[in-house]
Design a protein around this ligand. Structure first.
Ligand code: SAM
Length: 215
C-alpha cells in the first residue's frame, strides 16, 4: 500500500494536533510522523487512519488512539538500543513506533487472528520486531530483562512477572483499573527490590485478557 502525499500530509496534521495536546518528546513525534498508520487499516477504512481516535481492528480489539500511543511512548523515555517488551501487539502500529525510535522490540499478542495479521504486516514495513503469540501476563522470561515494558491493554492489577522482568532503572508503563477506565501508571525500578510508582491520569483501554484459552 502506498504512502501517498495525501497520507503524509494528513499524518503531519495529526502529529501537529498531538503536539498541541501536550506531547513534547521530539523523538516520539518524529517517529509518529514517519510510521504510516493507514497501513494498519483495511482499505475501506483508510479515511479514518489519521483521525485522533481508536479504531476497531477485529477480534473485539482496537488500534489505540494516536494521542494515547504518543502519551505512553513519551512515558517510556525510549532510548535507541533499549530492549522493550510490548504486551498487546494488536495491529503492530505501536511496535513500529518503538522500532522507528531505535528500540529492539519484543511484542506479545493473545489473539491468534491479530497475531497472524501482525506477523504478515510488520516485515512489509521494514522493521525487525520479535512477535510472540502468548499471554502477556507472564511477560517473556526467556528474553528478560527489559529496559522498558509497555502494556497496551487495561490491566486489573500489575502482573508480578512484568515487574520481575524489568532491569534496574527500567520503566513499566501500564494502564491499571478493573473497570473500563484505567489510571495510566508508571513503575520505575530504582533498585533490586525498590520501585517508584507514579500516576498520569485516566484513559480507556480494552481489557487485558486473563484466563482466556489460547486459540
Ligand atoms: N498496541 C496495539 C496497536 O498498536 O495496535 C493496540 C493494542 S489493543 C488496545 C490491546 C491488545 O492487547 C489487543 O490486541 C488484545 O488482543 C491484546 N491482549 C489482551 N490481553 C492480552 C494478553 N493477556 N496478552 C497479550 N495480549 C493481550
Amino acid at each position: 500500500m502506498d504512502d501517498s502525499y495525501k497520507h503524509q500530509g494528513l499524518r503531519k496534521l495529526l502529529i501537529e494536533s498531538i503536539r498541541t495536546k501536550g506531547i513534547k518528546d521530539a523523538n516520539v513525534l518524529s517517529a509518529m510522523e514517519k510510521v504510516p498508520r493507514h497501513i494498519f487499516f483495511d482499505s475501506s477504512f483508510l479515511n479514518f487512519a489519521y483521525e485522533d481516535k481508536p479504531f476497531p481492528i477485529g477480534a473485539g480489539q482496537t488500534i489505540s488512539q494516536p494521542y494515547t500511543v504518543a502519551f505512553q511512548t513519551e512515558l517510556l523515555q525510549v532510548r535507541s538500543g533499549d530492549r522493550i517488551l510490548e504486551i498487546g501487539t494488536g495491529s503492530g502500529y505501536q511496535a513500529c513506533i518503538l522500532a522507528e525510535m531505535g528500540a529492539k522490540v519484543f511484542t506479545i499478542e493473545r489473539q491468534r487472528s491479530l497475531f497472524d495479521k501482525a506477523v504478515k504486516v510488520l516485515p512489509t514495513l521494514g522493521y525487525t520486531i520479535k512477535t510472540f503469540y502468548g499471554d502477556g501476563y507472564k511477560g517473556l522470561p526467556a528474553f528478560a530483562p527489559f529496559d522498558k515494558i509497555l502494556v497496551t491493554a487495561g490491566a486489573p492489577f500489575i502482573p508480578d512477572p512484568l515487574i520481575k522482568q524489568l532491569k534496574t532503572g527500567g520503566i513499566l508503563v501500564i494502564p491499571v483499573g478493573a473497570s473500563d477506565i484505567q489510571i495510566m501508571t508508571t513503575i520505575t525500578k530504582t533498585g533490586e527490590n525498590q520501585y517508584q510508582k507514579r500516576e498520569h491520569g485516566t484513559f480507556r483501554f480494552v481489557p487485558l485478557l486473563g484466563n482466556k484459552a489460547m486459540d
